[in-house]
Design a protein around this ligand. Sequence first.
Ligand code: HEC
Length: 139
Amino acid sequence: MKRILRNSFAILSIGLTVVLLLAMIPQDQKAGAAWVVPAKYKAMKNTQKADPAALSTGKMLYMKHCKSCHGGAGLGDGPKANSMKTKVNSFKESKFQGQTDGEIYFESFVGRDEMPNFEKKIADDEERWAIVSFIRTLK
Ligand code: HEC
């Protein structure tokens, strides 16, 4: 009886270890589908001149709200990026930088799925455009 108990315990421990090890394998992050940006946003113009003052505001806000997922240099390597199911793309990619300011604005503040909506947290339009301008410098 004791031996059976000991054996079941061993099997259970092995089973548990396997489950734990499997849980540690990072899940494949799926690449996000192309964004569907409404025409109204696509055509929006950046109302902020990308002057040093705007860029420094943009940088400060980016580091506060965006860095945790997108990383300080916009590489998509912030500490929270790995816990996302969707891949966080690099802002350096030419495909990303090839978008209009309005498209980046929509993705940044309206968001979708795991990309949070920031319309309430960053309500000031000038601050939003300052962030877009800062993201442009990350290319
Ligand atoms: C909690 C993590 C998280 C935070 C914080 C976050 N993002 Fe994101 N972001 C994501 C994820 C995940 C995606 C990819 C979503 C998808 O493709 O569906 C994304 C996508 C984007 C995209 C589109 C990228 C592309 O390849 O087209 C932009 C632009 C963006 N985020 C800007 C921002 C800005 C600006 C902030 C800060 C105001 C911010 N994000 C904060 C997780 C985050």
